[in-house]
Design a protein around this ligand. Structure first.
Ligand code: A3P
Ligand code: MG
Ligand code: MG
Length: 394
């Protein structure tokens, strides 16, 4: 005790900062019937316009109209208007839309968790993805846990992907960037701003030469539950396969919105090997989880050749995917994902329990353990000031 403080620094063990760990294995504990889940119901929505500015309307909604098969998904790459966040978006637009809804109804949209759908997708799919990694921040505010992606980690990951050496044959074309483009090009070829029945033929045909941009978006915010946990989730929806039913068409609000999720994937050969099927079914895990969480009933796959030519489209019912995989390679199990998600959320409620602290939620590649550690005091900007003030006023 009399040791000078300088040597205490040298000898004392690192302060036991409280780290809580949630091991993913063994998966058997999560098998069996899934925890109760409710069909997600839309609470509100918003769009981003062509400058990626938040707008509180349906202007970002697009309608599905089958694309021309044989189209080249590489076309127009040099004109790609690629939006990427340069500052931390936190949960701001989601909370802004929720506050706006609350102003209209006067009713507080309480939930145990509020986050972007993407965070839940990462949590849910972790049991079947050895390479999964994430860094999130969580904070407890007024009885609700708010979870966001750690923006610096995402920016670093993006920079790393962008700097990977190109595999693509064309000189100077980074593989990753072109693959990102393909996905958005497929969306542009498959969507219209108005229902196809009321869209002039010229407009439909002009999609092939339209510039591709991901600035505009439409986001749906849903209320859902996983086991005993109530969630408010916000996420981008690609389009509608039929007009959106008005909320008044079902007083209980139990309506299925015919959202679609568009995905590109490399076409399978006529006689796929086990390896081909496995690769595709692993991809289906992400497709399914992402759509399941927002209640998107249909996924439309754009099959493409290695060179990026659209060779066909296929519609999959989101709800049928887990069964398909069970009868196929069995490489993942949707019930395990749901039960795991319910268990992780329960654990987070035990761990993220001090108001006004920021917690880091982390999964390192191949570690198999989700870790939570205290990051610091203050809200960390996770819950916007605008939203806090609104809730105080309520
Ligand atoms: P694909 O999924 O068809 O490749 P989303 O499918 O979620 O609607 O996203 C649309 C497109 O954005 C994707 O289309 C892909 O091109 C791009 N994209 C989404 N997430 C990405 C990521 N993590 N890295 C690279 N591109 C991504
Ligand atoms: Mg999308
Ligand atoms: Mg998509």
């Amino acid at each position: 005790n009399l040791t000078p403080s300088s040597s205490i620094k040298d000898w004392a063990p690192a302060p036991t900062s409280s780290i809580s760990r949630f091991p993913i294995q063994p998966l058997n504990q999560f098998r069996g019937a899934s925890a109760s889940i409710k069909r997600p119901r839309e609470v509100t929505h918003f769009s981003y316009d062509a400058t990626h500015t938040y707008v509180e309307d349906e202007s970002g909604i697009n309608y599905y109209c089958p694309p021309r098969i044989g189209a080249d998904l590489k076309e127009g790459f040099d004109m790609f208007r690629h939006y990427e966040d340069t500052t931390d978006p936190h949960l701001d637009s989601l909370l802004r839309a929720v506050a706006s809804k609350e102003r209209k109804t006067g009713v507080k949209e309480h939930a145990d968790f509020v986050t972007w759908r993407g965070m839940m997708t990462k949590l849910m799919t972790a049991p079947f993805d050895m390479f999964a990694e994430f860094e999130m921040l969580a904070t407890l505010h007024d009885g609700t846990i708010y979870i966001e992606e750690d923006f610096p980690s995402r920016a670093a990951q993006r920079a790393q992907e962008a700097s990977r050496p190109p595999k693509w044959q064309d000189p100077g074309l980074p593989n990753h960037k072109m693959m990102t483009y393909w996905g958005y090009k497929f969306e542009t070829l498959s969507l219209l701003p108005t229902p196809p029945s009321s869209t002039p033929r010229e407009v439909i045909n002009a999609r092939g030469t339209a510039p591709v941009s991901n600035y505009a978006q439409h986001c749906s915010i849903v209320r859902t539950s996983i086991g005993p946990h109530k969630l408010l989730l916000g996420g981008e929806v690609d389009g509608l396969s039929a007009p959106k039913p008005s909320p008044s068409s079902s007083p209980e609000g139990n309506i299925q919105i015919p959202w679609i999720e568009l995905k590109t994937s490399e076409a399978l050969p006529p006689h796929p090997s086990h390896r081909d099927t496995l690769k595709f079914e692993r991809k289906l895990l992400k497709f399914w989880a992402q759509s399941f969480l927002l209640g998107v009933p249909k996924i439309i796959i754009g099959w493409r050749s290695k060179q990026g030519i659209l060779t066909g489209v296929q519609e999959l019912e989101t709800g049928a995917i887990p069964g398909m995989v069970r009868r196929g390679t069995g490489c993942w199990d949707g019930n395990v994902c749901i039960n795991f998600a319910a268990a992780v959320l329960g654990w987070l409620r035990e761990v993220v329990k001090e108001e006004g602290k920021v917690y880091r939620v982390r999964l390192g590649k191949k570690t198999g353990v989700v870790e939570v550690r205290e990051e610091g005091d203050g809200g960390g900007g996770i819950v916007s000031r605008e939203f806090r003030e609104w809730r105080k006023e309520m």
